[in-house]
Design a protein around this ligand. Structure first.
Ligand code: S6P
Ligand code: ZN
Length: 192
Protein backbone atom coordinates (compact mmCIF):
# COMPACT_ATOMS: atom_id res chain seq x y z
CA UNK A 1 0.00 0.00 0.00
CA UNK A 2 1.20 3.48 -0.74
CA UNK A 3 1.63 5.87 2.17
CA UNK A 4 -0.98 8.50 3.04
CA UNK A 5 1.38 11.18 1.82
CA UNK A 6 1.38 9.49 -1.60
CA UNK A 7 -2.37 8.87 -1.68
CA UNK A 8 -3.40 12.38 -0.67
CA UNK A 9 -2.40 15.51 -2.45
CA UNK A 10 -2.91 19.13 -1.52
CA UNK A 11 -3.11 21.62 -4.30
CA UNK A 12 -3.51 25.35 -4.39
CA UNK A 13 -5.35 26.78 -7.39
CA UNK A 14 -4.12 30.26 -6.46
CA UNK A 15 -0.43 29.39 -6.81
CA UNK A 16 -0.80 26.47 -9.24
CA UNK A 17 1.28 24.27 -6.94
CA UNK A 18 0.76 20.78 -5.63
CA UNK A 19 2.62 20.17 -2.36
CA UNK A 20 5.74 18.12 -3.06
CA UNK A 21 5.18 17.94 -6.83
CA UNK A 22 7.54 19.14 -9.53
CA UNK A 23 6.33 22.01 -11.71
CA UNK A 24 7.16 23.01 -15.26
CA UNK A 25 7.05 26.69 -16.18
CA UNK A 26 6.54 27.89 -19.74
CA UNK A 27 7.64 31.42 -20.52
CA UNK A 28 6.79 33.44 -23.59
CA UNK A 29 10.17 32.55 -25.12
CA UNK A 30 9.22 28.84 -24.94
CA UNK A 31 6.17 29.37 -27.15
CA UNK A 32 7.65 30.69 -30.37
CA UNK A 33 5.79 28.35 -32.70
CA UNK A 34 2.38 28.77 -31.04
CA UNK A 35 1.26 32.27 -31.89
CA UNK A 36 -0.08 33.40 -35.22
CA UNK A 37 1.19 36.97 -35.22
CA UNK A 38 4.97 36.64 -35.30
CA UNK A 39 5.53 40.42 -35.27
CA UNK A 40 3.37 40.79 -32.14
CA UNK A 41 5.23 37.84 -30.59
CA UNK A 42 8.64 39.41 -31.25
CA UNK A 43 7.58 42.77 -29.90
CA UNK A 44 6.06 41.15 -26.77
CA UNK A 45 9.35 39.32 -26.21
CA UNK A 46 11.30 42.54 -26.50
CA UNK A 47 9.17 43.96 -23.70
CA UNK A 48 9.97 40.98 -21.43
CA UNK A 49 9.65 37.26 -21.04
CA UNK A 50 6.62 36.69 -18.79
CA UNK A 51 5.45 33.40 -17.38
CA UNK A 52 2.58 32.19 -19.57
CA UNK A 53 1.70 28.99 -17.73
CA UNK A 54 2.86 26.39 -15.25
CA UNK A 55 1.96 22.75 -14.72
CA UNK A 56 2.60 20.86 -11.48
CA UNK A 57 2.47 17.12 -12.10
CA UNK A 58 2.00 14.06 -9.93
CA UNK A 59 3.24 10.80 -11.45
CA UNK A 60 2.99 8.11 -8.80
CA UNK A 61 3.00 4.84 -10.76
CA UNK A 62 3.78 3.70 -14.27
CA UNK A 63 1.60 0.60 -14.57
CA UNK A 64 -1.08 0.19 -17.24
CA UNK A 65 -3.83 1.07 -14.77
CA UNK A 66 -2.11 3.97 -13.08
CA UNK A 67 -3.17 7.60 -13.37
CA UNK A 68 -1.12 10.77 -13.48
CA UNK A 69 -2.49 14.25 -13.02
CA UNK A 70 -1.45 17.83 -13.31
CA UNK A 71 -2.54 21.23 -12.07
CA UNK A 72 -2.30 23.84 -14.80
CA UNK A 73 -2.31 27.59 -14.30
CA UNK A 74 -2.44 29.84 -17.35
CA UNK A 75 -1.95 33.55 -16.84
CA UNK A 76 -4.27 36.07 -18.50
CA UNK A 77 -2.70 37.81 -21.46
CA UNK A 78 -2.49 38.12 -25.21
CA UNK A 79 0.01 38.15 -28.02
CA UNK A 80 -1.54 40.41 -30.61
CA UNK A 81 -5.18 39.37 -30.45
CA UNK A 82 -4.45 35.76 -29.53
CA UNK A 83 -4.91 34.66 -25.93
CA UNK A 84 -2.24 33.05 -23.78
CA UNK A 85 -2.42 29.30 -24.26
CA UNK A 86 -0.58 26.03 -23.75
CA UNK A 87 1.65 24.51 -26.41
CA UNK A 88 -0.86 21.74 -26.97
CA UNK A 89 -0.13 18.10 -27.65
CA UNK A 90 -1.33 14.67 -28.65
CA UNK A 91 -0.73 11.90 -26.18
CA UNK A 92 2.19 9.76 -27.31
CA UNK A 93 -0.05 6.75 -26.62
CA UNK A 94 -2.81 7.98 -28.89
CA UNK A 95 -5.62 5.96 -27.28
CA UNK A 96 -5.16 7.85 -23.99
CA UNK A 97 -8.09 10.06 -23.06
CA UNK A 98 -7.91 12.78 -20.41
CA UNK A 99 -10.34 14.47 -18.06
CA UNK A 100 -9.96 18.19 -17.43
CA UNK A 101 -11.63 19.75 -14.39
CA UNK A 102 -12.03 23.51 -14.29
CA UNK A 103 -11.10 25.17 -10.97
CA UNK A 104 -10.90 28.92 -11.53
CA UNK A 105 -11.01 31.44 -14.32
CA UNK A 106 -12.50 31.35 -17.76
CA UNK A 107 -11.00 29.08 -20.36
CA UNK A 108 -11.54 27.18 -23.53
CA UNK A 109 -10.17 23.90 -24.80
CA UNK A 110 -9.35 23.60 -28.45
CA UNK A 111 -9.64 19.97 -29.56
CA UNK A 112 -8.51 18.67 -32.93
CA UNK A 113 -9.07 15.09 -33.96
CA UNK A 114 -5.98 13.65 -35.64
CA UNK A 115 -7.38 11.72 -38.60
CA UNK A 116 -10.43 13.79 -39.56
CA UNK A 117 -8.90 17.11 -38.49
CA UNK A 118 -12.28 18.09 -37.04
CA UNK A 119 -12.16 20.77 -34.35
CA UNK A 120 -14.23 21.54 -31.29
CA UNK A 121 -14.08 24.42 -28.86
CA UNK A 122 -15.27 23.50 -25.37
CA UNK A 123 -15.55 25.92 -22.45
CA UNK A 124 -13.44 25.14 -19.37
CA UNK A 125 -14.87 26.79 -16.28
CA UNK A 126 -15.04 26.07 -12.54
CA UNK A 127 -17.10 22.96 -11.72
CA UNK A 128 -17.11 21.86 -15.35
CA UNK A 129 -15.29 18.91 -16.83
CA UNK A 130 -14.04 18.49 -20.37
CA UNK A 131 -13.47 14.99 -21.68
CA UNK A 132 -10.62 14.84 -24.17
CA UNK A 133 -10.93 11.64 -26.20
CA UNK A 134 -7.90 9.72 -27.46
CA UNK A 135 -6.35 10.66 -30.80
CA UNK A 136 -7.16 14.31 -30.11
CA UNK A 137 -4.73 17.21 -29.87
CA UNK A 138 -5.66 19.53 -27.01
CA UNK A 139 -4.70 23.09 -26.20
CA UNK A 140 -5.97 25.11 -23.24
CA UNK A 141 -6.59 28.84 -23.66
CA UNK A 142 -7.24 31.53 -21.06
CA UNK A 143 -9.94 33.80 -22.49
CA UNK A 144 -10.53 35.62 -19.21
CA UNK A 145 -8.85 38.37 -17.22
CA UNK A 146 -7.68 36.26 -14.24
CA UNK A 147 -5.53 33.10 -14.08
CA UNK A 148 -7.17 29.94 -15.41
CA UNK A 149 -6.54 26.87 -13.27
CA UNK A 150 -7.56 23.28 -13.93
CA UNK A 151 -6.69 19.70 -13.19
CA UNK A 152 -5.97 17.19 -15.96
CA UNK A 153 -6.12 13.46 -15.15
CA UNK A 154 -4.70 10.99 -17.66
CA UNK A 155 -3.34 7.45 -17.94
CA UNK A 156 0.21 7.10 -16.65
CA UNK A 157 1.38 5.82 -20.00
CA UNK A 158 -0.25 8.65 -22.02
CA UNK A 159 2.98 10.60 -22.58
CA UNK A 160 3.20 13.84 -24.57
CA UNK A 161 3.75 14.24 -28.29
CA UNK A 162 4.49 17.90 -28.96
CA UNK A 163 6.18 17.31 -32.30
CA UNK A 164 3.11 17.09 -34.54
CA UNK A 165 1.68 20.34 -33.18
CA UNK A 166 5.04 22.12 -33.27
CA UNK A 167 5.30 21.25 -36.98
CA UNK A 168 1.86 22.25 -38.20
CA UNK A 169 0.07 23.91 -35.24
CA UNK A 170 -3.70 23.64 -34.74
CA UNK A 171 -5.76 24.34 -37.84
CA UNK A 172 -7.90 26.91 -35.96
CA UNK A 173 -7.03 29.96 -33.92
CA UNK A 174 -9.05 31.69 -31.21
CA UNK A 175 -8.87 35.44 -31.59
CA UNK A 176 -10.12 38.24 -29.35
CA UNK A 177 -12.46 40.41 -31.39
CA UNK A 178 -13.95 43.29 -29.44
CA UNK A 179 -13.69 41.36 -26.19
CA UNK A 180 -15.20 38.14 -27.57
CA UNK A 181 -13.33 34.96 -28.54
CA UNK A 182 -13.82 34.15 -32.21
CA UNK A 183 -12.64 30.93 -33.87
CA UNK A 184 -11.01 31.31 -37.28
CA UNK A 185 -9.24 29.02 -39.72
CA UNK A 186 -5.51 29.64 -39.30
CA UNK A 187 -5.13 30.36 -43.00
CA UNK A 188 -7.97 32.93 -42.93
CA UNK A 189 -6.64 34.52 -39.72
CA UNK A 190 -3.22 35.01 -41.34
CA UNK A 191 -4.86 37.08 -44.07
CA UNK A 192 -7.20 39.05 -41.80
C1 S6P B 1 -1.21 16.39 -19.82
C2 S6P B 1 -2.29 17.41 -19.70
C3 S6P B 1 -1.93 18.76 -19.08
C4 S6P B 1 -0.97 19.59 -19.96
C5 S6P B 1 -0.96 21.07 -19.53
C6 S6P B 1 0.06 21.90 -20.31
O1 S6P B 1 -1.63 15.31 -20.62
O2 S6P B 1 -2.93 17.59 -20.95
O3 S6P B 1 -1.38 18.59 -17.80
O4 S6P B 1 0.33 19.05 -19.94
O5 S6P B 1 -2.22 21.62 -19.74
O6 S6P B 1 -0.13 21.77 -21.67
P1 S6P B 1 1.06 21.32 -22.62
O7 S6P B 1 0.44 21.20 -23.98
O8 S6P B 1 2.14 22.34 -22.53
O9 S6P B 1 1.53 19.97 -22.09
ZN1 ZN C 1 -2.88 15.82 -22.33
Amino acid sequence: MKSLIQLLSKFDPATGQIAGAAATSRYLSDLGSCFLDTAAYQSALQAGNPLVYSVASVALGSGDGDLHYGLGKIMPGRVGSEYYMTKGHFHAWREAAELYIGLAGEGVMLLEEEVSGSTQVVPLRPCQTVYVPGHTAHRTINVGSVPLTYLGVYPAKAGHDYGAIARRNFSKVLIDRNGQPVLLDRSAAVRS
